[in-house]
Ligand binder design. Structure first.
Ligand code: AMP
Ligand code: MN
Ligand code: MN
Length: 334
């Protein structure tokens, strides 16, 4: 066992102990929640309930409606306000690399014991107990390991939730974070009741037509810059208006940009009409792994993984492109 695996073993034991010791929990994740955020949230909630704990899930009202892909997850019980007994609850953050990714006052005021369960390499370890496993393909994989340690028999609902995290964060088992461990987890989840094709269809084959119309405009707007290194497009409020789509239908559009031959970075800039903190969101993917997009995101107050990261900004589209080109070239010239 290497030193870091030993450290992780004690971290996961410490989190399991903290869960065993607690009675009341509040679970949350990051803003603009993705499949791993929501799957880990719901999966952990049901696991805690199976252990006889009082668990509530929290997401700010502004996160709704959720991206259409994830609306089949049974998240009706999610709270939008803190429960009256919040002071007595242990807060568990899932898939959240830093506390500012959940910009909600009562969660930022430091009044609760916090368990931080995540797989981002730039996690700021803001918890009272931190379980940051950068080798896990998704946070759901860490939750899966925890369920084993806590002797919880996975129900089909728990398994489905964790499978959503696994499938979405591994790019359907195709990204470089996919390994034998993620496939072993998939096997375990299938044995616990996941219907693979049903979840696949729910995630990827229930798109409203407006989503494809928005995708068409996003693809139409692609430009390849920086001598072919960067493929980028801009989804503006005009695109939402022309297609009848909302921002919640932008999920996954970036996956099309990463397929362009020869490009090393894919970026989607989108307007955030409902976000009063920043006008635009930038999502980035590093296809060949030579550019660390999380470092680019951090320059602008964002973060993520080396190959998938994002940040919010008030810069205009062309200013963003100029910034990205500067950062990509700086990284590739060193
Ligand atoms: P996205 O492009 O939104 O799909 O996000 C890709 C990855 O970057 C995910 O792991 C996110 O959690 C992370 N990420 C996106 N936006 C931010 C941000 N503003 N701050 C920190 N991490 C982010
Ligand atoms: Mn996430
Ligand atoms: Mn994740």
């Amino acid at each position: 066992m290497t030193e870091s695996t030993e450290l992780l073993t004690s971290d996961i034991d410490r989190v399991a102990d903290a869960i065993r010791a607690g009675d009341r929990f509040l679970l949350t994740t990051h803003e603009n929640p993705d499949g791993d955020a929501l799957g880990s949230l719901l999966g952990t909630h049901r696991i805690l309930e199976a252990l006889g704990k009082d668990s509530v899930m929290f997401l700010a009202a502004k996160e709704f409606p959720l991206p259409v892909e994830y609306r089949f997850l049974p998240l009706e019980e999610v709270f939008h306000e803190p429960p009256a007994d919040i002071a007595d609850r242990v807060v568990i953050f899932l898939d959240c690399g830093n506390i500012d990714r959940m910009p909600v006052d009562f969660l930022q005021n430091g009044g609760n014991k916090v368990i931080n369960i995540d797989h981002h390499h730039d996690n700021t370890r803001f918890g009272s107990v931190n379980l940051v496993d950068v080798d896990a393909s998704c946070t759901a994989e860490i939750v899966y390991d925890l369920s084993g340690l806590l002797d919880v028999q996975l129900t089909p609902e728990m398994a489905n939730a964790l499978y959503v995290g696994l499938v979405t964060d591994t790019g359907k088992f195709m990204y470089e974070n996919t390994d034998a461990r993620s496939h072993r987890m998939a096997a375990g989840l299938i044995e616990a009741g996941v219907q693979v094709n049903e979840i696949y269809r729910r995630l990827y084959e229930h798109a409203p037509l407006e989503k494809l119309k928005l995708l068409a405009r996003a693809l139409e707007g692609i430009s390849v810059r920086d001598d072919g290194r960067l493929g980028v497009t801009y989804i503006s409020t005009d695109d939402y208006a022309a297609t009848g789509a909302t921002e919640a239908l932008t999920e996954g559009i970036i996956d099309h940009l990463r397929t362009i031959d020869g490009t090393q970075v894919a970026a989607v800039v989108r307007d955030q009409p409902d976000n009063d903190r920043a006008a635009r969101k930038v999502s980035m993917r590093s296809t060949d792994g030579l550019v660390d997009v999380s470092a680019i995101a951090r320059v602008n107050g964002g973060g993520g993984h080396r190959r998938a990261a994002g940040f919010s900004t008030d810069l205009e589209f062309e200013e963003i492109v100029a910034f990205l080109i500067g950062e990509i070239d700086a990284q590739l010239s060193t």
